[in-house]
Design a protein around this ligand. Structure first.
Ligand SMILES: Nc1ncnc2c1ncn2[C@@H]1O[C@H](COP(=O)(O)OP(=O)(O)OP(=O)(O)O)[C@@H](O)[C@H]1O
Ligand SMILES: [Mg+2]
Length: 416
C-alpha cells in the first residue's frame, strides 16, 4: 500500500493526516495529528521558525499514531491573494476530422497556463470544462470522438507567489517536502461535496478562523474560486468589542451560547457575561449576541455573492444550494441562517469518503485536511506547474518532475 500525507495549515490549527491507499484507490487514515497554529495568519507565514515548529508538532503526532514516517506532503495554500479566472481557447487538430487524443487536451491546458501567467502569482490549478468539438457544445469527454478543432474553458486558480513560497519554506524547514499544493476551497469541496451537487450547481463555503474560502461549481466544474479574509475570528472580535469581554471569554460565549440567526432565539432568553471593569456578571439578551453574529455572517456571505456577480455568475444558478464547512460551520443555526439570507437550500458539510479514524476526522474543521488526501489520490484538474516548480525550487525533491508528468497522465486517464 502507498502512504500519503497531508498538512492543512490553518490560522487556528494545523492538521496532519497520514493515509494508506489500497489497490482500489480507497484511503485508510492511519494517523492524525493536530497542533495549535503559531506564526501563521490568514494563510501567510508571519514567523518562520515558530510556524515550522507547529507544523512539525502536528506531523510528528500523526507519525507516532501511524507508526510511519512521512517525507512528501500535500499542502494547502490560501489567503486573500487566492483568485480565479476562466480562459477559453481553441486548438486546430486537423483540417479534416480526426480522433481527439488526450494530448490535445494537454495542449489546451498548457496554452491556458501560458495565457494565464501573471507576475506575482502562481497558478495552482488548471481545470478544463465545457468542451466544444468544432461547433458542437456540451461535449463531456472529447477523447475518442472525431473533430477538427477543440475548444474548452479552463478554470485557473492562482495564489500570490510570496505567500505560497513562504508556506513551502515553513513546511521544508519542518523537515518535509511539499509535493503538491491545493487551495483550501478546492480541497474542502473534495471532502464534503457529492458529484451530483456539483452537477446541479453548488456553492461551497469553508469558514475557518480568519479565512472564508469559497468555490462555485456549475455543471460539475468550478467557475469561481476565492477567499474572503473574514471568518470566525471576526465574530469573536465583534463579541469581545461589543460586549466588552476579553477574547477568550468572547470565544467561549460564541461557541456555547452563540446562534447564527436572531429569529432562532426565544424571546427573553438571556446569558451572563462579566464585562471588563464590572464587578459582577450582568445579563445580556441572547438575541443581542445572535444579532452580532448574524450581522458579521451577512457581511461575509454578501462579499461572496459580490465576488460571484463580479465574475459574471449568479448564486441562484447553483440549484443544489450551499454547503458550508470549516470550524465555523459548527455555529448553531448556520444552516437556517444561510437558507433565510440567500433563500436557497443549505447544509453543513462534514468530511467523508475516508476509511478509518472516522470519529476523529468527521468534524467540519477537518474538511481541508481530508480533501487534501483525497485530492492527492484522484486529482481534479491538474496541479498546473506545481510539481515542476516545487521540484526546481527544491533539489532534494528528486523525481517530482517525473511524478508530475505521471500525475498529469493519471489525471487525464481519470477525467477522460
Ligand atoms: N462549535 C462552534 N461554534 C462556533 N464556532 C466554532 C465552533 N467550533 C469552532 N468554531 C470556530 O471555528 C474557527 C476555526 O475553524 P477552522 O479550524 O476551520 O480554522 P482554520 O482552518 O485553523 O483557519 P483558517 O482556515 O481560517 O486559516 C474558530 O474561529 C472557532 O471559533
Ligand atoms: Mg482552514
Amino acid at each position: 500500500m502507498r502512504t500519503i500525507a497531508s498538512i492543512d495549515i490553518g490560522t487556528d490549527k494545523i492538521v496532519a493526516l497520514i493515509g494508506e491507499v489500497d489497490s482500489y484507490g480507497d484511503i485508510h487514515v492511519i494517523g492524525v495529528g493536530e497542533s495549535k497554529s503559531r506564526g501563521i495568519d490568514r494563510g501567510s507565514i508571519t514567523k518562520l521558525e515558530v510556524a515550522s515548529r507547529a507544523i512539525a508538532t502536528a506531523v510528528r503526532e500523526a507519525e507516532e499514531m501511524s507508526g510511519q514516517k512521512v517525507s512528501h506532503v500535500i499542502i494547502n495554500v490560501s489567503g486573500p491573494t487566492v483568485k480565479s479566472q476562466n480562459e477559453k481557447d481553441t486548438i486546430n487538430i486537423s483540417p479534416s476530422p480526426v480522433e481527439v487524443e488526450a494530448e490535445h487536451i494537454r495542449r489546451l491546458v498548457e496554452r491556458s497556463l501560458a495565457r494565464g501567467k501573471e507576475d506575482g502569482y502562481d497558478i495552482v490549478h488548471a481545470i478544463p470544462r465545457k468542451y466544444m468539438l468544432d461547433d458542437q457544445e456540451g461535449i463531456e469527454d472529447p477523447v475518442g470522438l472525431v473533430g477538427s478543432k477543440l475548444t474548452a474553458q479552463v478554470h485557473l486558480v492562482k495564489v500570490g507567489t510570496t505567500v505560497s513560497r513562504n508556506v513551502e519554506k515553513a513546511v521544508m524547514s519542518a523537515g518535509f517536502q511539499p509535493s503538491m499544493r491545493v487551495v483550501n476551497a478546492i480541497a474542502s469541496a473534495k471532502a464534503v461535496l457529492e458529484e451530483e451537487e456539483k452537477d446541479d450547481g453548488i456553492l461551497l463555503i469553508d469558514m475557518g478562523a480568519s479565512l472564508t474560502d469559497f468555490v462555485l461549481y456549475l455543471e460539475g466544474h468550478p467557475v469561481i474560486t476565492g477567499c474572503i479574509p473574514l471568518a470566525g475570528n471576526s465574530i469573536t472580535k465583534d463579541i469581545s468589542h461589543l460586549m466588552k469581554v476579553d477574547q477568550d471569554s468572547a470565544e467561549r460565549i460564541k461557541v456555547e451560547e452563540g446562534v447564527a440567526l436572531v429569529n432562532l432565539v426565544k424571546e427573553g432568553e438571556t446569558l451572563k457575561v462579566k464585562p471588563r471593569g464590572e464587578e459582577r456578571d450582568i445579563s445580556i439578551e441572547k438575541a443581542k449576541l445572535a444579532e452580532i453574529i448574524q450581522v458579521r455572517l451577512e457581511e461575509i456571505v454578501e462579499k461572496i455573492i459580490e465576488s460571484i456577480e463580479e465574475a459574471g455568475y449568479r448564486l441562484d444558478s447553483a440549484n443544489a444550494g450551499i454547503v458550508i464547512t470549516g470550524g465555523s460551520a459548527n455555529l448553531k443555526g448556520i444552516k437556517d441562517f444561510l437558507e433565510k439570507f440567500t433563500d436557497m437550500p443549505a447544509r453543513v458539510g462534514k468530511p467523508k469518503g475516508l476509511i478509518g479514524l472516522k470519529e476523529k476526522i468527521e468534524d467540519a474543521k477537518y474538511a481541508t485536511a481530508v480533501g487534501l488526501l483525497k485530492f492527492g489520490v484522484s486529482q481534479e484538474g491538474v496541479s498546473a506547474d506545481t510539481g515542476v516548480q516545487l521540484a526546481e525550487r527544491n533539489p532534494n525533491g528528486k523525481g517530482l518532475i517525473a511524478s508530475y508528468v505521471e500525475k498529469f497522465k493519471r489525471w487525464l486517464e481519470e477525467i477522460l
